[in-house]
Design a protein around this ligand. Structure first.
Ligand SMILES: Nc1ncnc2c1ncn2[C@@H]1O[C@H](COP(=O)(O)OP(=O)(O)OP(=O)(O)O)[C@@H](O)[C@H]1O
Length: 340
């Protein structure tokens, strides 16, 4: 299911009623089918407001939402109810019924749709297996860990075979290890079920570890859009750069995902190597071709869902630094002054 947003606008009255807030301010973008698409922004950027419009929970003041080319922002109430059944949602606080068991939570959306009991039971078992919780069918929600609660919520969101799954800060309340296992599960489900997944987050780690494409929003506006690889390789907006620079090192030590600095001095240039250049002896070629010497101050790899990006912090000295940098840029290497 491809989702297209055209010039979406949503304005709210401020709490005191004296001013207006453009929570979503003229956002146009396309969420491709069968991928995990990230929407990232700081608190108050407008993520939740945007998701309420994309998921048809609210209507925009102006603009259009299209699912596979068909307008869905102007559906009648009855049509909306039917269409919403094909949308799954999971949230930071799980939103499960504490009075029901895990299995009964998963059964709930199917009961609402009036499915026969036998079919519901069969599907609950299938879904529990999918999220690896078959042994917790009768468990009370309060006895489950955060990660298990989110697994139940995912199973419930998939109960009516949706074509879109919205994950609103789905891992924000979880520790890094549980986050990793939930992101793995979402990635597996996405490819098994050909789902379009929209992941709303304020954590660039989630984008790095799960998404193929990402939209960065700030103050209600779209500030950057593209593949996660391109955006990590060459972030353009200050907001995106800020998100990437604040990525926590939440991975296990020694897996090579962090930049290691062995010289606290220097480091004028930051080089980012796309995956096709990672085997090439680019720096030694530069030193042979031009009158320059290089000194590597730090290096590392960012592991992304669709490939890796090599990073180096380097100093160049000599008479042909400008030419050498130009040569590197022509080799598809992103060269920037470090810290900018
Ligand atoms: N129902 C509402 N009434 C009034 N103002 C609202 C409403 N919903 C959102 N806003 C305002 O719109 C702006 C964007 O809020 P929104 O909740 O969409 O941001 P967010 O990126 O999801 O933030 P957070 O990560 O903190 O949830 C904020 O200034 C917020 O106060």
């Amino acid at each position: 299911m491809q989702i297209e947003l055209n010039n979406l606008v949503r304005v709210y009255n401020s709490a005191d009623g004296l001013s207006k807030v453009a929570a979503v301010n003229d956002i146009s973008l396309t969420i491709p089918s069968n991928q995990i698409f990230g929407i990232i922004g700081k608190s108050g950027a407008g993520k939740s407001s945007l998701v309420r419009l994309i998921s048809m929970m609210e209507k925009p003041d102006s603009g259009e939402v299209l699912y596979d080319g068909e307008r869905v922002d102007n559906l009648s109430e009855k049509e909306l109810v039917m269409r919403r059944r094909r949308i799954g949602m999971i949230f930071q606080n799980f939103n499960l019924f504490s009075s029901r068991s895990a299995g009964q939570n998963i059964a709930y959306p199917m009961e609402i749709c009036g499915l026969p009991k036998d079919e519901i039971n069969r599907r609950v078992d299938e879904l529990l297996e999918l999220v690896e919780l078959s042994d917790r069918k009768d468990a009370r929600i309060s006895t489950l860990s955060g990660g298990q609660k989110q697994r139940v919520a995912i199973a419930r969101a998939l109960a009516n075979k949706p074509d879109i799954l919205f994950c609103d800060e789905a891992t924000s309340a979880l520790d890094p290890q549980t986050t990793a296992s939930i992101l793995n599960l979402i990635r597996r489900i996405q490819s098994q079920m050909n789902l379009t997944v929209v992941m709303i987050t304020h954590q660039m780690e989630v984008v790095r570890d799960a998404c193929s494409q990402v939209a960065v929003i700030n103050e209600g506006k779209l500030v950057e859009l593209g593949s996660v690889n391109d955006i990590f390789l060459n972030p353009k907006s200050p907001v995106t750069k800020d998100f990437i620079s604040h990525i926590g090192s939440d991975r296990k030590a020694g897996d090579g995902s962090d930049i290691v600095r062995w010289s606290q001095e220097g480091g004028e240039y930051e080089l980012s190597f796309p995956s096709h250049q990672q085997g090439a002896p680019v720096l030694s070629n530069v030193a042979k071709k031009f009158d320059v010497e290089f000194n590597i101050r730090a290096a590392g790899v960012q592991h992304l869902t669709d490939g890796d990006i090599g990073k180096m912090i380097v100093d160049f000295t000599g008479f042909q630094v400008k030419e050498a940098l130009e040569y590197l840029r022509n080799q598809d290497i992103i060269v920037e002054k470090a810290g900018e």
